[in-house]
Design a protein. Structure first.
Lengths: 462, 443
C-alpha cells in the first residue's frame, strides 16, 4: 500500500516537533452487505474503505489524524498538521523497518469477492426459508449477510512493519412473530473470521429454525415478574454479561484514567474463586481474533481473572505509558477513522466443574436466561443492564414457564462476587462491540453459570 | 468527472445514475488532567453511487479516489443491482426549480484558533473542579467541530449541494460520595462560539453528578412518572420509527393501520421542521434531492402522516415527504427524519413535579438498544432518577428498572411541559412530560 521511503518521510515529518513515537495505519477494506426479505433480495451494497491514520505520541500526549488522500502530498500534509500541535526539536529518528513475518493463524478459503452474487443470495434464502417455515404466526423474516476483507499495515517509528489480513462473514437472522396484536422479535447472528466456508461448518437451517422458535415462544410467554432473584445464565451469548459488566472496566481506556471500579485491584480478589476469565485474540478463525492488533503487536491470550484474582488489564501502548505497563496485544479500532485503544477480542469465562443440570436443580426459585440480548454499562459506576431474549422461571429446581421482557440490572464488581456455580459447557457467540475506537467484532462466551440475587426488571408485577 | 462516469454507466446498461459525494472535516480536542490527551483531525471524501440497472437499484461506494476506481464502482453497482430480486419499483429525482436558502455554514467556527478552543477546555476543567468539594474528577472534556459538504448529482439533472458545520463542547463531571462515584454529563451544540454558555455546561454536568450521590432503589410497584426532557429525546426517535413508511410497508410498525386515528393523548404533538430556525441543523433537501417540508406527524394525538422516501412513496402511490436519508454515506437511502420536536405545553418543570404529587422523576434510561423493542414498543430498562414526594423532587434513585410499552405510554401522557431541549442528538427536542403509570422494579 505504501513504499518504505514514503513511510519514512511521513514518520520523520511527524516526529520533527519532538514527538517520541509515530505510527501509520493503512487500511483497505472491501465490504458487502445483502438484505433478504419477502423472499427476495431487497438491498445489495458494497463499499471500499480506504485510507490512513497517523498517530504521534509525546509522553502522555497524543495526536491523531486520518485521510483518504494517500498521495505523498496528502500524507505529508497530515503529518505536518499533526506535528504542529507540539513545540520542540526532534528527539528521535525513524528506525529501519523490520517486516514482521509471523505466519497467519487463520485459513481463509472463499473470500467475499470470489463468491458469486447468486450464491450469496442462495445462502440467505436457505436461512430465510427455514426461519419463515409454515407457521402463520411468523410475520416477518429479515436476513442480512455481510462479508469483509480487511487489509491493514501498521508502520511505526520504532521500525515495526506489520500487516494483517482479516476476512469475516456474518449472517443476521431476525424473526418477527405476531399474535393478537402482540409482536415479538428474535435474533441470531452467527459469524466467524473465515470466508464463506464458514457456512459449511454450521447448521444454518437449525439456527434459523431456532430463531423462529424463540420468537413464537415469546408470544405465549408471560411477562417476567420484577424482583431480586437468582439467575442462571446459559452458555454462549450469556457471556455478554461479563463483557459489558467487567470486561470494559478492565480496559486500559478506563483503568489508565482512574475511571474504572477495578483500578488498583491487580492481585486482589475481585471475583468468586471459581471464576477465571480470559481475553484471547489468538483463537484460529474466531470472530474477534487477529494475527496482530491495530498497533502491530502480535495478539495474545491474556488471563484477566484467575481463580477470582485480578491478574491483568487489557493495555494498549498509549495508556500503558500512564499505567507504566507493557501493551499486551489488544489495541483495536473499527477502521483508520479511529485512534486505536485497548479493546476486547474473544472474551470468556472459563469452564467450571458443575453441570447445567446441577445448577438448575440447585436453584429453588429464579430466572433461567437461556439466551441473553444486549446491554450496556457505565464504566465509572460499574452499573449495567442486560435484556434477556429468552427466559424461563425456575421453580424447585425445574425449568418452568417461559417469561419475556426481563432485564438484569446490577453492578459489575458485585456480580463477579456473586457467581457461585459454573458449568462445563463453555461456548462463544458473536457480537459487535461499540466503544471509543468504533464498532468492532468481538466474541463473548461462558459456560452456564448462576449469579445470586440480581435485580430482575419486568412488566409482570412483583 | 461525473459526466464521464455517467456516460460510462449508461454505456453499460445503467439507465439512471446518481452520485452522492460527502466531504467531511473534523476536529476533536480532549483535555484530561490539564493536558491535551486527544487531538484529532481528519479530512475525508467519499463517493457513493446508486443506479437503476434493468429497473433494480444497485448501490456502491468508495473512499479510494484512484485511477480506474470509477469503473470499479459502476461495476460493483451493476453486480449489486443484478442481485436485487425485489419487485418494488424505484426511481431517482430530477430536483426542484429552487430550494429554500438556509444558513447552515459559518466560517467563524473554523477560523477561530485552536488555542482559543483549547483554552476553553482548560476553563471548563477548572470550573468543574472548583464547583463543589465533592466533584473529584473530569472524565470527559471534549471539543468537537464538524464541517460537512454533501453534493448530489444525477442523470435526471439534479445538482444540489449543502455545506454545514457545528461545534460542540461535552463534559462529564465525577462526584464522589460515601458509597462510590457518580457521573454527570452535559453537551452543548452551537454554530457561533458566542452562543456557547460555559457556566450552563459546567453547572449541568456537576449538578447531575452531585444529585446522584446516595442514590438507592425504590420499592417495586406502579409509579406515576415524570419523564425528563433529556430522557424523552431518546425515546422519541424510537417511537417515530413506526411512522417510517418502509417499516409500515414491511410490517414492522404497530402504527401501520393507525393513520388518521388517535395514537397518543391529545396534549401530544410532534412536528418535523427541517427548515428550523436553528438553521445550522436545517436541511433544505433530503439525501435524494427532494425538498423538505415542515409537517405535523402527530397532531393533538392523531397520527396524520407516515414519512416517505421516493421508494416508499412510489409503492404507496403518494409523493415523497422529503424523508429519504442515508444512515451513513455508504448506506442505501432509507426513511428517516430531520430536525424534529415535541410541541411544548404551558406547564413549567416545577408545575409538572407538583402535578405528579407522589411518583418518580426519570432522569436516565440505559440500554435502549437492548432493553427496548422498537417494533413492539415493549421496554424494560435500567433507570435512575428521583423520588417525587408531596409535589417536590426528593432523594435520588438508581439501579431500578422501569417497564412498559411505548405505544401505551403515548396514550398515557397526562401533561406536556414547556422546558424543551435536545440531548446528545441535536436534531431531536422535547419537553418533560407526565405519564400516568410505569412498572418499576427496585428493592
Amino acid at each position: 500500500m505504501i513504499r518504505s521511503e514514503l513511510a519514512t518521510r511521513v514518520l520523520q515529518t511527524a516526529l520533527r516537533t519532538g514527538g517520541d513515537f509515530a505510527e501509520l495505519f493503512l487500511e483497505e477494506t472491501d465490504a458487502s452487505n445483502l438484505k433478504y426479505e419477502d423472499d427476495s433480495v431487497t438491498e445489495a451494497n458494497s463499499t471500499i474503505v480506504y485510507g490512513a491514520g497517523l498517530r504521534i505520541l509525546k509522553g502522555l500526549q497524543s495526536v491523531y489524524g486520518y485521510t483518504n488522500d494517500l498521495t505523498p502530498k496528502g500524507l505529508k500534509q497530515l503529518a505536518r498538521t499533526l506535528a504542529a500541535r507540539y513545540r520542540g526539536k526532534p528527539i528521535t529518528t525513524v528506525q529501519p523497518f523490520v517486516v514482521d513475518t509471523t505466519p497467519s493463524r487463520h485459513e481463509f478459503i472463499r473470500y467475499g469477492d470470489t463468491m458469486k452474487a447468486k450464491d450469496k443470495a442462495k445462502l440467505a434464502r436457505v436461512a430465510y426459508k427455514a426461519a419463515k417455515g409454515k407457521s402463520p404466526l411468523v410475520k416477518k423474516v429479515a436476513v442480512t449477510l455481510l462479508d469483509r476483507v480487511q487489509r491493514v499495515t501498521v508502520i511505526n517509528s520504532q521500525g515495526r512493519w506489520a500487516s494483517d489480513l482479516r476476512v469475516r462473514v456474518r449472517m443476521g437472522i431476525m424473526v418477527v412473530a405476531s399474535k393478537d396484536g402482540v409482536m415479538e422479535t428474535a435474533f441470531n447472528g452467527p459469524g466467524a473470521q473465515m470466508g464463506y466456508e464458514f457456512f459449511d461448518t454450521i447448521d444454518l437451517k437449525a439456527i434459523a429454525k431456532d430463531t423462529q422458535r424463540m420468537a413464537i415462544s415469546a408470544l405465549s410467554a408471560q411477562e417476567c415478574p420484577s424482583k431480586t432473584m437468582d439467575v442462571v445464565i446459559d452458555n454462549g451469548f450469556g457471556g455478554v454479561i461479563f463483557h459489558e459488566a467487567c470486561g470494559h472496566s478492565l480496559e486500559a481506556t478506563s483503568v489508565a484514567k482512574g475511571l474504572s471500579v477495578f483500578c488498583g485491584k491487580k492481585g486482589t480478589a475481585i471475583a468468586n474463586p471459581i471464576v477465571t476469565a480470559v481475553d484471547d485474540g489468538t483463537i484460529p478463525n474466531a470472530w474477534g481474533s487477529g494475527n496482530i492488533d491495530d498497533e502491530g503487536h502480535p495478539t495474545q491470550r491474556n488471563v484477566l481473572i484467575e481463580n477470582g484474582i485480578l491478574k491483568n488489564y487489557l493495555v494498549d501502548a498509549q495508556n500503558g505509558r500512564r499505567m507504566e505497563s507493557e501493551a499486551n496485544g489488544c489495541c483495536r479500532r473499527e477502521s483508520y477513522k479511529y485512534a486505536p485503544t485497548s479493546r476486547m477480542s474473544n472474551t470468556f469465562i472459563e469452564r467450571g466443574t458443575s453441570t447445567k443440570e446441577e445448577i438448575i436443580q440447585a436453584t429453588k426459585y429464579g430466572l433461567y436466561a437461556k439466551k441473553m440480548g444486549g446491554g450496556s454499562v457505565n464504566p465509572v459506576t460499574g452499573e449495567f443492564n442486560f435484556a434477556v431474549q429468552e427466559g424461563y422461571l425456575i421453580k424447585n429446581g425445574k425449568i418452568g414457564k417461559p417469561v419475556k421482557g426481563a432485564t438484569l440490572v446490577g453492578s459489575g464488581a458485585e456480580i463477579l462476587m456473586n457467581i457461585d456455580m459454573i458449568a462445563d459447557n463453555l461456548e462463544r457467540a458473536q457480537g459487535m462491540c461499540g466503544s471509543s475506537s468504533g464498532s468492532i467484532p468481538a466474541d463473548v462466551g461462558q459456560p452456564c453459570l448462576r449469579v445470586r440475587n440480581i435485580t430482575v426488571g419486568g412488566r409482570g408485577g412483583n | 468527472m461525473y459526466q464521464r462516469m455517467m456516460d460510462y454507466a449508461k454505456k453499460h446498461g445503467v439507465s439512471e445514475i446518481e452520485f452522492y459525494v460527502l466531504e467531511k472535516e473534523e476536529l476533536e480536542i480532549g483535555l484530561f488532567h490539564g493536558e491535551i490527551d486527544t487531538y484529532q483531525v481528519s479530512k475525508l471524501k467519499t463517493i457513493a453511487a446508486r443506479g437503476l440497472y434493468q429497473g433494480k437499484m444497485g448501490y456502491a461506494s468508495s473512499e479510494k479516489f484512484e485511477k480506474g476506481v470509477e469503473k470499479k464502482l459502476i461495476k460493483a453497482l451493476i453486480n449489486n443491482a443484478k442481485l436485487v430480486s425485489s419487485s418494488d419499483p424505484e426511481e431517482l429525482y430530477g430536483g426542484e426549480s429552487a430550494y429554500p436558502q438556509l444558513e447552515t455554514f459559518t466560517p467563524t467556527l473554523p477560523s477561530e484558533s485552536v488555542q482559543s478552543k483549547m483554552k476553553r477546555l482548560h476553563q471548563i476543567e477548572k470550573a468543574i473542579l472548583a464547583y463543589d468539594t465533592r466533584i473529584v474528577d473530569v472524565a470527559d472534556n471534549v471539543y468537537n467541530e464538524v464541517t460537512k459538504t454533501v453534493s448530489i448529482v444525477n442523470s435526471l439533472g439534479l445538482q444540489v449541494q449543502r455545506k454545514s458545520n457545528y461545534g460542540l463542547y461535552y463534559a462529564t463531571a465525577v462526584a464522589k460520595g460515601l458509597e462510590g462515584s457518580k457521573d454527570g454529563s452535559a453537551i452543548q451544540y452551537f454554530h457561533h462560539t458566542k452562543d456557547f454558555d460555559r457556566d450552563a455546561l459546567v453547572k449541568e454536568a456537576c449538578e447531575t453528578a452531585l444529585s446522584k450521590l446516595g442514590a438507592k432503589p425504590v420499592a417495586s410497584g406502579a409509579y406515576k412518572v415524570l419523564i425528563q426532557n433529556k430522557v424523552m429525546v431518546n425515546l422519541l426517535p424510537l417511537i417515530l420509527q413506526s411512522t417510517f413508511a418502509d417499516n409500515v410497508q414491511k410490517g414492522y410498525s404497530m402504527l401501520g393501520d393507525k393513520l388518521k386515528t388517535s395514537i397518543a393523548a391529545s396534549c401530544f404533538s410532534v412536528i418535523e421542521d427541517p427548515l428550523t430556525i436553528h438553521s445550522f441543523l436545517g436541511n433544505a433537501f433530503d439525501d435524494e434531492g427532494v425538498a423538505t417540508q415542515t409537517k405535523r406527524i402527530i397532531d393533538r394525538g392523531v397520527l396524520t402522516t407516515f414519512v416517505h422516501s421516493l421508494k416508499t412513496a412510489k409503492k404507496a402511490g403518494v409523493s415523497s415527504t422529503g424523508n429519504g436519508y442515508k444512515a451513513g454515506v455508504n448506506a442505501p437511502v432509507d426513511v428517516s427524519l430531520a430536525y424534529t420536536y415535541v410541541e411544548p405545553g404551558t406547564a413549567s418543570f416545577d408545575d409538572l413535579v407538583q402535578q405528579v404529587g407522589q411518583g418518580l422523576l426519570l432522569t436516565s434510561l440505559q440500554g435502549l438498544h437492548s432493553g427496548l423493542d422498537a417494533i413492539s414498543g415493549n421496554f424494560s430498562l435500567q433507570a435512575a432518577g428521583f423520588v417525587i414526594e408531596n409535589g417536590k423532587v426528593g432523594r435520588p434513585v438508581s439501579l431500578i428498572t422501569v417497564a412498559g410499552n411505548l405505544f401505551t405510554l403515548l396514550q398515557d401522557i397526562e401533561a406536556v411541559g414547556n422546558d424543551s431541549r435536545n440531548g446528545f442528538n441535536p436534531m431531536v427536542v422535547s419537553p418533560s412530560l407526565i405519564v400516568k403509570q410505569l412498572m418499576v422494579s427496585g428493592k
